[in-house]
Design a binder for this molecule. Structure first.
Ligand SMILES: Cc1cc2nc3c(=O)[nH]c(=O)nc-3n(C[C@H](O)[C@H](O)[C@H](O)COP(=O)(O)OP(=O)(O)OC[C@H]3O[C@@H](n4cnc5c(N)ncnc54)[C@H](O)[C@@H]3O)c2cc1C
Length: 287
């Protein structure tokens, strides 16, 4: 039997939040590429009693570029990420990452906001956006808005800090000049249509001494995407020396809390965290 649920199609953020607040357990429908699976096979025992399709809300899919920031509307599709001229030129890591995700048809539907709100520990965009220092915008019933760092958004597999009635409206990261050197290293069984076994987003500023910033964010090796601050400190202090790269890789392996599942054992994932971090940092140094 097909699942039964109430269906809403609001045309404004206010209306969407009002409906979400009045329908406990209601799910937002953005691209539907994750949600449709959950509707057919309840995930963690939950099947939403109502679906709120937000695709008719004007402006939520836009990508805005200013001198200082790049703001991705929650409904921006993965295809839009791969095609945007400024993103392609200044942050090719985003198109590079998006191309791992599903097929062209999936990427036409799938949204940036959906990838974050689905809160899969193995999702690809969260580590990359965390390494870009992304912040997110949430709007709740009554119009109350809040802004928080992306790494504060995830609570566990499928769980976020979204309050009842809240909608993610945008993701924003600083537009740095020159753009940050950043890489995404990903291990998978197949190159296409497969989720990551390990994902590692790595960034180390090139300037020596003061002002050098490093970001190390991992996916698929803990209940949420994680930043490994200890590894960042080593890279900020020592730069991309062989010793610092080795130490950062060890710290990432020690911090990872992987699970064993159909794709890989925990032991293999932990080893691969070290290998990917080491490889990514060496590539950053040699670029
Ligand atoms: C064949 C296939 C391959 C895939 N491969 C990958 C992959 O390699 N890497 C990867 O990371 N993902 C992958 N995915 C998962 C999926 O495509 C992405 O996570 C996608 O970005 C989800 O976006 P969506 O708009 O379809 O989300 P939806 O399915 O519409 O929503 C997902 C969840 O987020 C909630 N939500 C959505 N938008 C909002 C919002 N604005 N505010 C509040 N809550 C919201 C929904 O209620 C739902 O719980 C794959 C999926 C398929 C079907």
């Amino acid at each position: 039997m097909r699942p039964r649920f109430a269906y809403h199609r609001p045309t404004s953020i206010e209306e969407a939040c009002r409906i979400l607040a009045h329908e406990p357990g209601a799910a937002v429908l953005a691209g539907g590429t994750d949600l449709m699976v959950h509707l057919r096979q309840p995930w963690r025992g939950k099947r939403p009693p109502a679906v709120v399709n937000v695709k008719r809300i004007a402006g939520l899919g836009e990508i805005e570029v200013t001198e200082t920031a790049i703001r991705l509307g929650a409904l921006a599709s993965l295809t839009a990420l791969t095609e945007h001229p400024v993103i392609r030129t200044e942050y090719p890591v985003l198109p590079f990452t998006a191309r791992f995700m599903g097929s062209p048809a999936i990427r036409n539907l799938a949204t940036v906001g959906g990838n974050l709100c689905n809160a899969s520990p193995a999702a690809d965009l969260p580590p990359v956006l965390m390494a870009l220092d992304a912040e997110i915008g949430l709007v709740g019933p009554g119009g109350g808005a809040r802004r928080l760092p992306l790494e504060g958004f995830f609570r566990g597999p499928g769980q976020t800090v979204l309050a009842p009635g809240e909608l993610l409206t945008w993701v924003e990261f600083p537009r740095r000049r020159p753009p940050w050197p950043i890489r995404y290293e990903r291990l998978d069984v197949r190159r296409a249509m497969d989720i990551a076994i390990v994902g590692a987003a790595l960034s180390v500023g090139r300037e020596a001494g003061r002002g050098r910033e490093a970001r190390v964010a991992l996916g698929a090796v803990a209940p949420t995407p994680v930043r490994i601050l200890e590894a960042e400190v080593v890279l900020e202090t020592e730069g991309l020396t062989d010793a610092a790269i080795g130490r950062a890789a060890e710290l990432c392996m020690a911090a990872a809390r992987p699970i064993t599942d159909v794709r890989a054992t925990a032991e293999y994932r932990r080893e691969m965290v070290g290998a990917l971090v080491r490889r990514g940092l060496e590539r950053l140094r040699d670029e």
